[in-house]
Write a protein that binds this ligand. Sequence first.
Ligand code: GSH
Length: 305
Amino acid sequence: MAIFLHHYPASLFSEKVRVLLGYFGATWQSVEIPSIMPRPLLMPLTGGYRKTPVLSIDANVYCDTKIIARALARHFDDQQLYAHGFNAHRVADWADSQLFQVTVALNFSPDAIAAMMGNLAPEEAAAFQQDRAELAKGASIVSFGPEAAAAYLRHHLEELEAAVGDGFLFGPRPSIADFSVYHCLWFVQNNPVNAPRLEPYRNVLAWMARMAAFGHGSVVDSSGEAALAAARDAAPVPPGLGAPLPQGFAPGQNVTVTPVDYGRIPVAGRLAGWDAQEVVIERDSDETGTVMVHFPSAGFEVAAA
Ligand SMILES: N[C@@H](CCC(=O)N[C@@H](CS)C(=O)NCC(=O)O)C(=O)O
């Protein structure tokens, strides 16, 4: 069984998964994808889902880091990540939505973007802006400006400074909440204009260093072609979710699964399982054979096709 992560270096949600892979001590295949569409070697696996990152384990494909983390915990048979239940899940979801928006508002402010895009040619920078406008599709991913974001960040950092102590957010071992908060602050730390905002918070910086110390595991450079071949050569593992499907839905029924926020591209397939955590569809393509594509249930809309 081979684990493929489809990602690019600057992607913060990818960093969440890279550090999780380090935490689990994984050996994994790294497939670097372009930071903007098109991604012709990835789309046959996801069926159109366009956010980053995506994880594939042979013929099972995981879209969204919430379900990627769950798949990895299952794969490595280690549920410690979820030991703090509701509280840790709520903090993780807050970080992946609210804190994420704060960091995007800061890192996409005009001076920060100049620092980030400094090494891009003007036409590359324009293509990036155009791609992200397409991702948001008229709506705005972030609804406040850099000044408001700076105030949010200060507020949250002060709270975190008091919360982290010399361990992790919920005790001596990290939970899913640590990984979600970490990748957002990593994004801030990696922008030279915004990194100084973290400096006054010594406990937060020490906690970030503890998170970074998990590393990224053993990374093997790989390719989109290799991930497609691994999918084609394997049969997908059925989800075995157990729970009955919601009323009105039948196994094998044609459905679409669409993110409710941004990147709202419907993925079509046959319903293979759906419980409170996860929805799974089966799909076929020449490039991949039959694959099962997994999404979180919360934050995605399932509709009869
Ligand atoms: N809820 C998603 C969010 C993923 C996300 O927004 N990723 C950013 C990159 S860090 C993205 O997709 N940007 C557009 C792209 O890469 O096409 C998750 O947890 O995976």
